[in-house]
Design a protein around this ligand. Structure first.
Ligand code: DX5
Ligand code: ZN
Length: 225
């Protein structure tokens, strides 16, 4: 059975001056998840927001909050994310050695959260071989991580297909998330390739009617599977 389509607005593109309203507007629009991008200025050349902000978001969100950690030391913050009430935590495959990456994913799982592994554009599906058995989600970056509003990288589509096949072969339910430049023009191709969870920053928060946008994204994804 195919996993249901999830639209995950990325808070990076929201109006931070009105964070509570932005969270409510997203959940009222009927989305399935909220995506919180944490950047430390070291793993990526940008700094976003930290864990107190995420805790505040969780406290007013009707849907699960997913933390995408673009940071050098994710291990140190797993307890704090658990206490904040985060649903899932994704770390990047290259923030440290494969051993440390695995240890970090294991700690996320042991804390009772869902564990995700993210691949930057330069890393192929084979990067997953050491960790796929403990992942609940694979995040395929469709831009270089660090900034919202970039253009979708079309050449990531074969990787989505390859990861979908690897994930299906495990016999476990593994979600495939895509992140970067997702919108009406690109969501269908990603769904067709096997993605089921769509992170959407700019195209969601800049939409004049967010509920209609969320509906249209979902319809576009569903009609391409
Ligand atoms: C980029 C972040 C994304 C970003 C997506 O490093 O991981 O989640 O917010 O933004 P858009 O949808 O504008 O490309
Ligand atoms: Zn992200």
């Amino acid at each position: 059975m195919k996993k249901q389509i999830t639209i995950s607005p990325s808070l990076l593109a929201c109006d931070f001056l009105h964070l509570e309203n932005e969270v409510k507007s997203a959940t009222d629009a009927g989305v399935g998840m909220l995506h919180a991008d944490v950047m430390d200025g070291v793993y990526v050349p940008n700094i976003s927001f930290g864990f107190d902000i995420i805790k505040s978001v969780v406290s007013v969100s009707d849907v699960p909050v997913d933390a995408h950690l673009m940071i050098k030391r994710p291990y140190d913050y797993i307890d704090v994310l658990k206490n904040a009430g985060v649903y899932s935590v994704t770390v990047h495959s290259d923030f440290d050695s494969p051993e440390v990456v695995r240890e970090t994913l294991e700690k996320i799982k042991a804390s009772g959260m869902k564990a995700g592994l993210a691949l930057r554009p330069m890393f192929g599906a084979n990067t997953l071989k050491d960790c796929l058995d403990i992942c609940d989600m694979i995040l395929i970056m469709t831009v270089e991580p660090g900034f919202g509003g970039q253009s979708f990288m079309q050449d990531m589509l074969p990787k989505i297909r390859a990861v979908r096949t690897l994930a299906d072969n495990t016999g476990r339910e593994i979600s495939i998330q895509v992140d970067g430049g997702i919108g009406e023009a690109t969501i269908g191709d990603c769904a067709e390739a096997g993605a089921d969870n769509f992170v959407i920053g700019t195209a969601f928060f800049k939409a004049t009617d967010r509920a209609a946008a969320a509906r249209n994204f979902k319809i576009a994804a569903e009609s391409h599977r």
